[in-house]
Design a protein around this ligand. Structure first.
Ligand code: ZN
Length: 806
């Protein structure tokens, strides 16, 4: 900086000329320019901080909080009882948890009962391929009768845990929050509508408890509003991430009745694309409407032994309870007869509230943003700030960072997992903050580098318009394909275009051009920054590229502000130009250095140790017929501890069809003296070319599940019934073309009736059961302290199988 710019460069006139952005004209003096940059950046930082502070969770309220309020301290007492140890569906530990939940609800004077039944997986009655999944479930159901009901409000959480951990968060958080909400509701005046508390069983196994309640409980017969409470981590804001269809009215209630409403219509779209499921899935049919909420940060402990009560961030529990209580009260007094709107809402959090507008506005707004950006481009050209060629080049080149930043973020994570392979088995690192900041720094480095490289040739105005054009176009694409996410690019594009138009039309010597572009960038920050921050825990570092993409989009909305960090555009020559270019490289260099340093700090800080163990996956499978046993692992690149058990790759689909047909790592194991499940023939009749076998499958030890498969080369399964219920018989792939899984089998066994069309003289059936825990097995060496267990439904599984020819 220093000498004023020469008015001509490369044949392009400077005043008024291309390369001079609106905010620049008053800022040809370097010191004023730097001052404007500082003011704009401080303003944006303040707006950003405000947005992030709004995502903070509330302080947990004490045990002596007023009776009508939710107290996380009171609820936490239940968390400690519920999550004292692992309590998988069907286990004695789960019986104790159920007894506690039942006793708490009865103690409040609520009509309480246990729904004890056998139920198929949610959605499976319609017929899923690959056999049937069922469970014996026992849901705890309590009702607070309304004074003049227009319908029912259901508060739902699951009280069972996975086998690998005590479920301190998942879902003792939801269960204990509902108990505390029930307590608070029973202290005040009775609500107008019925409130039903549903603590479900076997969510982890198959969502079977929720499916049983939704399909067959009398209180569910007329449907209603479902509020499902979940946790997929240990901390962070509670996000309302899923709704029933046509959600506008529900979202409106959420926005006004939840004290801390964090939710975006984009999350709904993301969640629909992910393979996750919760109890809420079982309620997604015609009868029910509802909202699904969870906190999701701290995902490293999800489904692992580390998901203990101590791991819980009680301020997340407070937010869960505050929102659930506020919503229960509001839905408790609302007329529930017509909660379905004709459309979905677009909604997202802003400081102190939730913006929402109807879905039918999404496409018109997206088109309006395109028009506004086009108008800005036209005016930019007319005012001589960019030529048509430069505008076209700006548009083309703006795609560079949009593509490069997510790719670079993915490559960075590949490099980090190459250094620390244990990350491959984690939903998110234990201390992900350093890696998240590294991804953001990397995105900034790419944006700044790109900008410094192309700015001199194309000019700031054309690049700013080019960036906004991509945002506007993405808005149209999203409006068509993912309408709930369109606001993310449509609104910043609209704000940017309006800011640009104002900047072009106001007096160039005053502060208004800078104010206008800064205000537009601030709108981008408010809309996009919470999404960047929430995307990291939602998708995990393995998909950090998505957050990097949104971060770059945010950067593109702020290009005119970024430009203030660069010397006045236009005609520097010689030494001045060289110094200018060096200065322009400064932000890029600083961001790149930050990315490297932050990634390094992450690797140094987030080491595996006893409190943060490297997760490993191991199973044991014994063929009781042949006496052969194997260690099995899902790890694709086995870690040192797992490597002590497995040496090659194997498919166990033929021997253990209940374990699926994925390729596993396998190694030889000593045979344990364990019995396979017994298969007794209760009746065997033939008529009209069909053979009907009435069988009883009885595990001979305490197990979590039992499976039964039919070799469809020996017989075709025509019909099947489990515990008196018909189940689908669509064929599955492989030798065992029919199969069923039964979770939480009762000790007396499960009755299965198969109607077969015989192919061979004898039909071959394969029976398997599975328990949890490998400690007692011969040849098992306990894990050293820094080695942990992968949070998966098959971790530590011990399977025993045998074939029965009948
Ligand atoms: Zn779970």
């Amino acid at each position: 900086m220093g000498a004023p710019p020469t008015p001509v460069t490369a044949g392009v006139p400077l005043r008024p000329g291309p390369g001079v952005p609106p905010a620049d004209r008053a800022l040809t003096r370097p010191r004023r320019r730097l001052l404007a940059a500082a003011a704009a950046l401080v303003a944006l930082a303040a707006v950003g901080a405000g947005s992030l502070l709004d995502l903070r969770t509330p302080a947990p309220r004490p045990a002596d909080a007023p009776a009508g309020e939710f107290s996380a301290t009171r609820a936490y007492e239940d968390v400690q009882v519920i999550a004292a140890r692992s309590h998988v569906a069907g286990s004695p530990a789960n019986d104790q948890v159920r007894a506690h939940v039942e006793q708490q609800l009865r103690g409040l004077g609520l009509e309480t009962e246990v729904q004890d039944t056998v139920a198929p997986e949610a959605g499976q009655l319609s017929g899923a391929a690959g056999g049937a999944t069922l469970a014996r479930v026992r849901n705890v159901v309590a009702r607070l009768p309304g004074t003049d009901p227009t319908g029912r409000v259901f508060l739902v959480a699951h009280y069972d845990s996975v086998q690998t951990g005590p479920g301190g968060n998942d879902d003792a958080a939801g269960t204990s929050a509902i108990l505390e909400v029930a307590r608070a509701l029973t202290t005040g005046p009775r609500p107008r509508n019925d409130i039903v508390f549903v603590l479900t069983d076997a969510e982890e196994a198959c969502l079977c408890g929720a499916a049983a309640f939704a399909a067959s409980h009398p209180l569910a017969a007329d449907g209603g509003v479902v509020l499902n409470l979940e946790a997929r981590g240990s901390t962070g804001p509670v996000i309302m991430f899923e709704t029933s269809k046509n959600n506008a009215k529900l979202v409106d209630v959420f926005g006004r009745a939840a004290p801390h409403p964090v939710g975006t219509s984009f999350a709904v779209e993301i969640y629909r694309a992910l393979p996750n499921d919760t109890d809420f899935t079982a309620f997604l049919d015609q009868k029910f409407v509802g909202l699904n909420s969870a906190y999701i940060d701290g995902g490293a402990i999800y489904h692992t032994p580390l998901d203990t009560p101590a791991a819980m961030d009680r301020s997340s529990l407070q937010q869960h309870g505050d929102n659930a209580l506020g919503l229960a009260r509001e839905f408790g007094r609302t007329d529930l007869t017509d909660l379905r709107s004709g459309y979905d809402a677009t909604y997202f959090p802003v400081p102190r509230g939730l913006v929402r507008y109807p879905g039918w506005l999404v496409l018109p707004l997206a088109l309006l943003a395109v028009l506004a950006v086009a108008a800005l481009g036209w005016l930019t050209r007319r005012s001589g700030r960019a030529s048509t060629g430069q505008l076209a080049a700006g548009f083309g080149l703006a795609l560079g960072p949009i593509v490069a930043a997510p790719v670079a973020a993915q490559l960075l994570w590949l490099a980090i997992t190459a250094i620390r392979p244990g990350y491959a088995e984690l939903l998110d690192p234990y201390r992900p903050i350093w890696y998240r900041m590294a991804v953001l720094a990397l995105a900034a480095a790419i944006l700044f580098t790109w900008y410094a490289l192309v700015r001199r040739r194309i000019g700031p105005a054309a690049l700013a318009v080019g960036g906004l054009a991509w945002l506007a176009l993405l808005g149209v694409l999203l409006a068509v394909a993912v309408p709930g996410g369109a606001y993310l690019t449509t609104l910043p594009a609209l704000a940017g275009a309006l800011g640009g138009l104002v900047a072009l039309r106001t007096r160039q010597t005053g502060p208004w051009p800078v104010v206008a572009v800064t205000a537009a960038a601030a709108a981008g920050v408010v809309i996009l920054l919470p999404t960047v921050v929430l995307l990291f825990p939602a998708l995990g570092m393995a998909m950090g590229g998505v957050a990097a993409l949104v971060a770059v989009l945010l950067g593109l909305t702020a290009l005119p502000v970024v430009d203030l960090l660069h010397p006045q555009a236009g005609g520097q020559r010689g030494l001045v130009a060289l110094r200018a270019r060096r200065l322009a490289a400064l932000p890029a260099g600083a961001a790149a250095l930050a990315a490297v340093v932050l990634a390094g700090v992450g690797l140094a800080v987030d080491r595996f140790d006893a409190a943060h163990p490297a997760p490993t996956h191991l199973m044991y499978a014994l063929d009781a017929g042949t006496g052969q046993a194997r260690w099995l692992s899902h790890e694709t690149d086995p870690q040192p501890w797992t490597d002590g058990y497995v040496d090659g790759v194997a498919s166990v689909a033929d021997d253990f069809p209940g374990l699926g047909d994925a390729e596993l790592r396998a190694g030889p194991a000593q045979a344990a003296n364990l019995p396979a499940p017994k298969l007794d023939v209760l009746a065997d009749t033939s008529a009209g070319g069909e053979r009907t076998l009435r069988l009883r499958l009885t595990p001979q030890r305490a197990v979590r599940l039992a499976t039964l498969h039919v070799d469809t080369a020996t017989a075709t399964v025509v019909r099947a019934e489990v515990a008196g219920r018909p189940v689908p018989v669509e064929p599955r792939a492989g030798r065992w073309g029919f199969g069923l899984v039964f979770h939480a089998p009762p000790p007396e066994g499960v009755e299965v009736t198969l109607t077969l069309r015989p192919i061979a003289a004898q039909v071959a059936l394969r029976a398997m059961d599975a328990s949890d825990g490998l400690d007692a097995l011969p040849g098992f060496r306990p894990r050293p302290p820094a080695v942990g267990v992968v949070g998966s439904h098959s971790s530590e599984m011990l399977a025993v199988a045998r074939t029965y020819p009948l």
